[in-house]
Design a protein around this ligand. Structure first.
Ligand SMILES: C[S@@+](CC[C@H](N)C(=O)[O-])C[C@H]1O[C@@H](n2cnc3c(N)ncnc32)[C@H](O)[C@@H]1O
Length: 289
């Protein structure tokens, strides 16, 4: 077969490029289809487990005597009351943190540097951050700043309950939001900083970049902080743990490490509790690129 440039198809660069693009497209569709199937299978599995549990407890209940049933109902009521109490305590802790807890900003001004999938991923990471803060014995005051445009749309669509979160959510950039405070109180956390953080100080406000980029945009947070004239610091990971690859953590891991530090006042414990073992270097293992 001859192409428009009078070349055999296999020798034509344009055809070659087309073929590569087609192959990429097909593999992307296959990947998405597999992902969808896996999600559906997981959903079905969860449903089956739920239905099995209900059937088992119904079977057990039907075999109980009247006395046993009364005891079972009392135990269940006690459990419900305990859970309710725990929820209230968590709520109180979060409300107190909003008034006087350690301030941690998640800077969400990077919507233009992320693809739709990355926006989805950062939204999910925000939910992990909020979940970790809710469960923490010493929660932080989480401030989500720069929430607008595509970021706001994504959050509204993906996190329907976000309006009820006990956090501060603002469209403003952290610089404007904290304009009345001294700039020296702001510290941007970034793996690119030459300074290592020793401990969290209550009067300081720590900023974490809300960005998923597989480190495509190298140094973007460090450059931003430098151009705004605010301090930077990196986590002292290297002092306590060898990592298999770079020391750039994802947003939710950084926030979770800070939350753990507030509880333990110890970096090593915080790193061990949060950094997944797959990211750590096993003795004798070569560095991963
Ligand atoms: C996935 S990283 C973003 C990487 C991005 N290319 C950058 O310039 O930082 C998400 C955020 O986590 C924080 N972070 C990640 N690793 C860190 C480290 N080792 N020390 C301090 N902060 C870190 C930074 O605030 C960063 O913006």
């Amino acid at each position: 077969m001859i192409c428009r440039q009078n070349l055999p198809v296999e020798k034509c660069k344009a055809h070659f490029r087309c073929k590569i693009l087609l192959l990429l497209f097909v593999s992307m569709i296959r990947y998405e289809a597999k992902k969808k199937l896996r999600k559906e299978q997981e959903k079905m599995k969860r449903k089956a487990v739920r239905e099995k549990k209900i059937a088992e407890s119904q079977a057990a209940l039907s075999k109980m005597s009247e006395e046993e049933l009364v005891a079972w109902r009392e135990a269940r009521a006690m459990k419900v009351a305990e859970r309710q109490k725990e929820r209230e305590e968590r709520r109180n802790r979060l409300q107190a943190a909003i008034k006087s807890g350690q301030r941690i900003v998640i800077d969400l001004e990077f919507e233009n540097l992320m693809t739709d999938n990355e926006l989805k991923s950062i939204s999910q990471q925000l939910a992990y951050c909020y979940g970790a803060n809710t469960r923490a014995p010493v929660p932080a005051h989480l401030i989500l700043s720069g929430v607008k445009g595509k970021m706001l749309e994504r959050l509204n669509c993906q996190m329907t309950g976000i309006g009820n979160w006990l956090v501060t959510l603002t469209q403003e950039s952290y610089i404007d939001y904290f304009a009345k405070l001294a700039k020296g109180q702001l510290v941007y956390l970034t793996a690119d900083s030459p300074y290592e953080i020793e401990e969290l100080e209550t009067d300081k406000i720590y900023i974490v970049g809300g960005l998923v980029d597989r480190n495509r945009h190298k140094g973007v947070c460090f450059d931003k902080a430098q151009s705004q004239g605010i301090a930077t610091a990196r986590l002292p990971i290297g002092e306590y743990m060898k990592l298999a690859s770079s020391q750039v953590m994802c947003t939710n891991h950084v926030v979770e490490i800070l939350i753990r530090w507030l509880e333990l006042r110890d970096w090593e414990g915080a790193f061990k509790a949060v950094i997944p073992t797959r990211k750590r270097k096993v003795d004798g293992e070569e560095d991963r690129v």
